[in-house]
Each structure stands twice: as C-alpha cells, then as structure tokens.
Design a protein around this ligand. Structure first.
Ligand code: ADP
Ligand code: MG
Ligand code: ZN
Length: 481
C-alpha cells in the first residue's frame, strides 16, 4: 500500500486462570473439556437477588499484567453494568469497568522480523467478566454457562500499529507476556485469548483517522494476520472506488478467507452503562500494587538482554530460549548445574528441541533433567565420548530417563583416548595394508583419511577422532622420514 497508511488498534480479551470466577465461588473450568453447566451457581446464572463479591486474586492477576505493561494503576475503581440482551448473558448486563479502568497509559515493545523494535501504547487495561458460550446446532441453540462470570481482562492498545506484521508481533508479544505472568494459557483456539483488530486506513501523510471496522472470530494468529491483510485491501478498494468505509463489526470467514459484515457498531450509549449498585468502589492501594510488583518474574525483554549481554548468546538464540518461561527456566537450571551458557544453548536448540518436537512433549513433560544434560555435555567436552555419540546418548536419555554416564558405561561407548592403546591399533592397520602404505608414500596423500577410517573401524568407532588423526599422521611421517 503506497497511497494509504494503515492505522490499527487491538482489543484483547484474556480470561484469567484463577481458581474461582470473578464474582462468585464457582470454579473456572476448561470450556472444552468440562461438561456444560456444571460450574454454575445463582450468582453467575443471574438469579434475582444474587450479590456479586470481587475475587481479589483476579485483581492480583490483572495488576501483574498492568504493571508488566508499564501502566499507571488507578486507585479508585468502579464496576459498571454494561446492559445488553443476548442469551449468553443471563443477568442482561455484563459487569465491566467503564470510565475508571484499573490501569492506563502503558506500553508494550514489539520486535519485527527486521530486528527493529517499536513501542506500542496501551490505552487501558480493565477487568470484566466473561459471558456464557452458545453452540448452534440444527435443533436450535445450546448454552453453557460454565464460562459465565470467568474473570476477563480487556487490554486495549492505542492505534499505533501500521501493518499486519506489527499486529501479529503485538499479539504474539502480549500472549508471551501473559504466559510468563502465569495468568493465561494463550490458547486462541479455546477462546481463552481473543484478539480483535480495529482497522482503518488514511491517505498517506494525513493526520486524521479514517473510519474503522472491528474484526471478530479470529481463532489463530494466522487468521489474525490474514484478516488484517484482507480488511486493509478491502478498505482501500472501497476508497479507490469513491466509496466510504462503514463503521461496523465484521466477522472472519475461515473457509472463504474473507471478512463479512456482522452488525453496525454499537455506541457506548447503546449499553446504558451505570455503576454497579451492589459493589462498592474497589480501592487498589499502593501497598497492594507494590506487593504485586515485587513478585513479578523477570520478563521476556529483560531476559533477552541478559542472555545477550551476560551470556554472550546471539539475539536469535536468546529469543528462542526465552520464548516460553519454562524453557528459560530449564536453561537457567542447566547453567546452575555448571553448564557453560553457549554450549548448553547449542545442545538445547540443536538437539533437545528436535527430540521434543518428535515426541510432542513440552519441556515440563520430558524425563531428562538439566543436571543430566550437563553431565552429558561434560562427557563430550572431556573427550570420554565423541560429539556424535553424545547425540545418540542424548536420544537414549530422552527416551528412558537414564543418566549419561550410566548409558556410556553400560553400552561401552567411552572413546579410546589411551594413546599407547590407540598407537598399537594404528600400527596394526599399517602392517595389514602394505599396498596402501606404498601408494601413500608414492604420493596418494588422500589415503590418510582412509587409514583413519580403518582405525575407527577396528575400534568400532570408539577411537578418539582427534587422537586417531594425530597418531596416523605421526606414523606416516615416521615412514616418510
Ligand atoms: P470501542 O470500545 O468503542 O471499540 P475504543 O476507543 O476503546 O472503542 O477503541 C477500540 C480500539 O480501536 C483501540 O485499540 C483503539 O486504538 C482503536 N481505534 C480507535 N480508533 C481507530 C481508528 N480510527 N482506526 C483504527 N483503530 C482505531
Ligand atoms: Mg471495540
Ligand atoms: Zn457461580
């Protein structure tokens, strides 16, 4: 796009992984696995006379996110009723925050493929509750209220994004952050993490915003990027044809890979917001905020800088190792066990990840421990086994959980690094192959590699390769001299 500049802001809804719901004691259950309507009570079913109580833990989780996004926390918080009628909303209103959100004025740094970084403004972070879930079947519509009242965090960005790539990077980064903070699994398919881009375009150089559309029903990052691309192109075609973009909510059709009009955009007044009379304002005191701040884990950006700055890893390796908090923790545990950062990083990225991919296991599920990997690396580094044997041993450790030294011992894999023993093998090889020796002395120097190969064969691959190389060279130069 050359004549137009895309302007995009993202609204993200993230369920918080608390044990209990936002305003009642019902459990938060997996929306796919749990039997429908088994985690419900009069409060989350919207029965008359029920009274909500704020889940303190949910606010704790929300504060983690707000602080990680560098937001200003509002002390005085008011919950408001957002009124609308839909069968997934049993009370006829959703408890949300309107004028006074929990947090504002934050930012999130994103990194593009080019390596360029950008700060995206965060307009607001507020607390609300999720609705029930509707399933349309030929006989009618089924409703499951297990999700009704699950704590939901809404994170709204400034319209600071200017391409589908930036949208993708922002959503990925936010997901990573929520996973680091252990407040959300980031599962788009289950609808636990929902991303809605607000998209507009304007003539390049213009300072005023164009009319935006909001796209819903995106349940993968690929769909998010594709829908953004589609919508930008569609709006450009509308303007180029002399028309105007209509402000509306659009859905994403995964099969046709296009957006379609769902409904015209509601305005705030359509919701008749008013303060929830059954909840007093929530005061979030500084002490509370300080306590949450002191328990924040090291966040991805800080980890990447430390891995690059202190461990001297490449930016790529650092980003791979910090992509998920459990991986970073596993890596750091290996360093704690005495591993050298670059060596451990190489073994993880080049070997262990491949084994994990093959078996479909996450780092939290594998049998091999960080200490065991370091033990293996030590055996390779001190020459007890070759690098290739090391890889083989790792695969066996991965499958059985047995230690490296035990496997090397049991299978007799230790290299022959005993110089006298190996020199004897070299002599035997030379004596058994007088024709090759003559050919070598006549100038066929490439036979050196062949002699080394014979030594490896005689020792069934266990000769220390560097030592075998040196002893063959020594032997041949004696013959030449
Ligand atoms: P609403 O709640 O009505 O959807 P908000 O003002 O909260 O409206 O904005 C929602 C999102 O839309 C924010 O991420 C904001 O950055 C973005 N946004 C607002 N105006 C535009 C625009 N003209 N083009 C693109 N995004 C926009
Ligand atoms: Mg909106
Ligand atoms: Zn309940």
């Amino acid at each position: 796009m050359t004549r137009y500049e895309p302007v995009i802001g993202l609204e993200v809804h993230a369920e918080l992984m608390t044990d209990a719901k936002m305003f009642c004691g019902c459990r938060v259950v997996d929306s796919v696995e749990a039997a429908p309507n088994t985690a419900v009570c009069p409060v989350c079913l919207g029965m008359p006379g029920m009274l909500p109580v704020i889940n303190r833990r949910a606010i704790d989780f929300a504060l983690r996110v707000a602080l990680a996004l560098d937001c200003e926390i509002q002390e005085h918080n008011v919950f408001a009723r957002k009124n609308y009628f839909y069968p997934d909303l049993p009370k006829g209103y959703q408890l949300s925050q309107y004028e006074l959100p929990l947090a504002r004025h934050g930012s999130l740094q994103i990194t593009l493929d080019s390596g360029e970084t950008k700060r995206i403004g965060i307009r607001r972070v507020h607390m609300e509750e999720d609705t029930g879930k509707l399933t349309h079947v030929p006989e009618g519509t089924l409703v499951d209220y297990n999700r009704s009242g699950v704590p939901l965090l809404e994170i709204v960005s400034e319209p600071d994004l200017h391409s589908a790539e930036e949208v993708y990077a922002y959503a990925q980064k936010l997901r990573q952050l929520l996973r680091y903070l252990e407040v959300n699994t980031g599962d788009l398919e289950k609808g636990v993490f929902r991303v809605e881009p607000n998209i507009s375009i304007r003539p390049a150089g213009s300072k005023t915003f164009g009319t935006r559309t909001e796209v819903k029903n995106l349940n993968s990052f690929r769909a998010l990027a594709a829908a953004t691309e589609y919508e930008l192109a569609r709006q450009e075609a509308v303007l180029e044809a002399g028309g105007g973009v209509v402000q509306e909510t659009r859905g994403w059709h995964e099969g046709r890979r296009e957006t379609f009009s769902q409904r015209s955009k509601e305005e705030a007044e359509d919701y008749r917001y008013f303060p929830e009379p059954d909840l007093p304002p929530l005061q979030v005191q500084e002490q509370w905020v300080a306590a949450v701040r002191s328990r924040l884990p090291e966040l991805p950006d800080a980890k990447v800088s430390r891995y690059v700055g202190v461990f001297d890893l490449s930016a790529y390796d650092a980003s791979v190792l910090t992509a998920d908090r459990p991986i970073a923790e596993w890596f750091e545990a290996a360093l704690g066990a005495g591993g050298e950062p670059k060596t451990v990083a190489n073994w993880l990225i080049n070997n262990l990840f491949a084994l994990m991919n093959e078996s479909g296991q996450a780092v939290t599920e594998i049998q091999i421990t960080p200490e065991q990997l370091v033990e293996l690396i030590t055996l390779v580094e001190d020459g007890t086994i070759s690098n290739n044997t090391g890889k083989e041993v790792l695969a066996e450790m991965f499958g059985s959980g047995e230690g490296a030294a035990a496997i090397v011992e049991r299978r007799g894999l230790a290299q022959i690094s005993d110089e006298a023993a190996l020199a004897a093998v070299v002599s035997e090889v030379m004596e058994a192959n007088p024709d090759q020796v003559t050919a070598y002395l006549d100038g066929k120097v490439s036979l050196k590699g062949w002699f080394i190969g014979q030594v490896m064969r005689e020792t069934r691959g266990k000769a220390n390769p560097q030592l075998a190389n040196k002893l063959v060279e020594d032997h041949l130069s004696t013959l030449e001299g």
